[in-house]
Design a protein around this ligand. Structure first.
Ligand code: ADP
Ligand code: MG
Length: 473
C-alpha cells in the first residue's frame, strides 16, 4: 500500500495530503488549509506523536515513531522531516510487519525454550545418554549420568572408546549392528565396567543410528538405564521366597512324621524293656532308639520353630543359660569338654524362653561338635547396647576353642540345610536360631578363626530388653 504523506505548516494546518493520506486519515477537501492538526485529531494531543511533531518542527530534525492507532486497530510507523514551510509526515500501516516480527520473536523464543528444555533433560535425566562416532565407537558427547556409571565427569570420558570403558562381551557386535543401520531396542545388558572391576551390573539399553539427511549413518546415540538395584532386589526376593517355601515344607513334614515317630518311639521303648531279649537284639533296639532320637530331634527342632508363639516372659541370662548347660552335662562329660559361665548382668529381658534356650542349645551342640577332646566352651553374658539402633539389651556369647571355620563356611552357616557334617548334620540349627533371634528383634553373628594357636569360634547373641510393641513374635 502507498505511504501516506502530509505537509503541516507552522500553524499545524494540513497544507497537502496525498491520496493514501486522505484515505487513511479520512482527510476531507475542506480540511486542507483548514483547522489545525490538533483540532482535527484531538486524540493525538498529549501523545508521543504530538511531542515528536513539535520537536521535529522546533529543532528542524527528522524523527521516527511507531504507535498503535486504537480507532483503526492498526500499527502506524511514521517519520517526520523538516521542510521550509513546516514538516512533512510520512506514515504507513505496519500492522503486518509488526505481526510478522512478533511471530518471529515468539518462534525463536519457543525454539530457545525447547532447546533449553532438551538440554536440561539431557543433563539431568536418570538415564545415561551418549553419542558415539562410527570409526572406533568413541564417546563424542555424554551426560552426567552416563559418566557417573564410571565414577567420572563427562569431559573425562569424551574421546575414549566404548570397549575401553565397558569391556562387555558382545557389546561391540551390538554397536556394529547399529552402525549398519539396525537399532537396538530395550536390550538387557550385564557385565562389569573398567572403573568397577568385580562388580556385576545390569542395564537396559537403546542404541540408535543417527542419520544424515541423505540417510547415511553418521553416529550412534545410546540411552542406558541401570537396573542393578532392581535385579538385586529381585534376586533377594527369589531367595526369601525359597526360604519361605523351605520353612513351609519343614513344618508340614514335621507335622506329618511327628505322630508315627512318637508311636515308634513308644514301641521301641516297650521292646527295650522286655526281659527276654537276646543280647544282639538288645543292641539293635538301642541302635534303633538312638537313630530314632536323631530323627525326632530334627522333627521337633523344625516343628518347635513354627509352633504357635506363647506369651513372652522376663528372664535373666542366667535363667536361660543354666538349664541348657545342665541339659548338655552328659554330652559335655563324654566329650571331655569343660564349660565356664561368666555372668556380668542380672538384667531381665523379654523373650520366649523356650526359643532362646533352643538357640543356646544349638550353639552349644555345634561347639561340642567342633571341639576335640579337652576343649572348652565359655558362656559370657553382659549388658550391651545395639550399635545400630541404640537399644539396650543383653549380649550372650558362646565361645569354643574348636577347629574354627573357613571364611566360606562362616558366610553360609545361617543358610538352611548348610552343613559340613554330612550325614551327621541337618544344617537347620543355625538357620532356625537366626530366625528365632530375628523374631526377637535381636542379632546373631559369628566370628571364627582357624589360626594354629588361636582357633575357635564365638557366636554372639544380642537380645533387646524389650520388644517394640507393634511387632509380635
Ligand atoms: P549342623 O550343625 O546340622 O551342621 P548348623 O546350622 O547348626 O547345622 O551349623 C551349620 C554349620 O556351621 C556346621 O555344619 C558347621 O560347619 C558350622 N558351625 C556352626 N557352629 C560352629 C562352631 N562352633 N565351630 C565350627 N563350625 C561351626
Ligand atoms: Mg547344629
Amino acid at each position: 500500500m502507498e505511504d501516506g504523506l502530509i505537509l503541516l505548516d507552522q500553524e499545524w494546518r494540513i497544507v497537502y495530503a496525498n491520496n493514501a493520506a486522505r484515505r487513511i486519515s479520512r482527510i476531507e477537501p475542506h480540511h486542507i488549509n483548514g483547522p489545525s492538526h490538533w483540532e482535527l485529531y484531538p486524540e493525538t494531543v498529549g501523545t508521543t506523536q504530538e511531542a515528536i511533531y513539535r520537536q521535529s518542527m522546533e529543532q528542524r530534525i527528522s524523527l521516527q515513531h511507531e504507535f498503535y492507532h486504537q480507532p483503526f486497530e492498526v500499527w502506524i510507523g511514521l517519520r517526520t522531516t523538516p521542510v521550509p514551510s513546516g514538516i512533512a509526515v510520512h506514515y504507513r500501516n505496519i500492522t503486518r510487519q509488526r505481526h510478522d516480527a512478533e511471530e518471529q520473536r515468539r518462534k525463536s523464543e519457543e525454539a530457545e525454550r525447547q532447546a533449553a528444555e532438551i538440554e536440561t533433560v539431557y543433563r539431568t535425566a536418570p538415564i545415561g545418554l551418549a553419542l558415539f562416532d562410527l570409526a572406533d565407537f568413541r564417546y563424542l558427547r555424554l551426560n552426567e549420568r552416563q559418566a557417573a556409571f564410571f565414577g567420572l565427569k563427562p569431559e573425562e570420558v569424551v574421546g575414549r572408546t566404548l570397549t575401553e570403558m565397558a569391556p562387555i562381551p558382545g557389546l561391540k557386535q551390538l554397536f556394529e549392528q547399529v552402525a549398519a543401520g539396525t537399532p537396538v531396542v530395550n536390550y538387557p545388558l550385564e557385565g562389569e565396567l573398567i572403573s568397577h572391576p568385580g562388580e556385576h551390573r545390569y542395564w537396559t539399553v537403546n542404541y540408535s543410528p543417527v542419520r544424515a539427511p541423505d540417510g547415511t549413518v553418521q553416529a550412534i546415540s545410546a540411552a542406558s538405564l541401570e537396573i542393578t538395584q532392581q535385579k538385586k532386589a529381585e534376586q533377594a526376593l527369589i531367595q526369601s521366597e525359597k526360604l519361605a517355601a523351605a520353612g513351609r515344607m519343614a513344618t508340614s513334614i514335621s507335622h506329618e512324621i511327628n505322630n508315627p515317630l512318637e508311636a515308634v518311639t513308644n514301641l521301641l521303648y516297650l521292646i527295650a524293656t522286655a526281659d527276654n531279649l537276646s543280647s544282639p537284639t538288645r543292641e539293635y533296639v538301642q541302635l534303633a532308639q538312638s537313630e530314632l532320637a536323631r530323627v525326632s530331634e530334627i522333627a521337633t527342632q523344625t516343628l518347635r520353630f513354627y509352633r504357635q508363639a506363647v506369651k513372652p516372659s522376663l528372664v535373666t541370662a542366667e535363667q536361660v543359660i543354666t538349664p541348657v548347660v545342665e541339659l548338655f552335662r552328659r554330652r559335655l562329660a563324654n566329650a571331655q569338654v569343660t564349660v565356664k559361665v561368666e555372668l556380668k548382668t542380672e538384667a531381665e529381658f523379654e523373650c520366649l524362653e523356650g526359643e532362646i534356650r533352643q538357640v543356646l542349645s544349638n550353639l552349644i551342640a555345634n561347639a561340642i561338635d567342633a571341639i576335640r577332646e579337652g576343649g572348652q566352651i565359655v558362656f559370657r553374658a553382659h549388658d550391651a547396647v545395639d550399635q545400630a539402633t541404640g537399644r539396650r539389651g543383653v549380649r550372650i556369647t558362646v565361645a569354643d576353642n574348636g577347629a574354627g571355620m573357613s571364611e566360606d563356611t562362616r558366610a553360609r552357616v545361617f543358610e538352611p540345610f548348610f552343613t559340613t557334617k554330612e550325614l551327621n548334620g541337618t544344617g537347620l540349627g543355625l538357620w532356625i536360631s537366626a530366625e528365632i533371634v530375628q523374631r526377637h528383634q535381636g542379632q546373631l553373628s559369628a566370628r571364627s578363626s582357624q589360626a594354629p594357636h588361636r582357633h575357635g569360634t564365638v557366636f554372639s547373641l544380642f537380645l533387646p530388653l524389650a520388644q517394640n510393641a507393634q511387632q509380635p513374635y
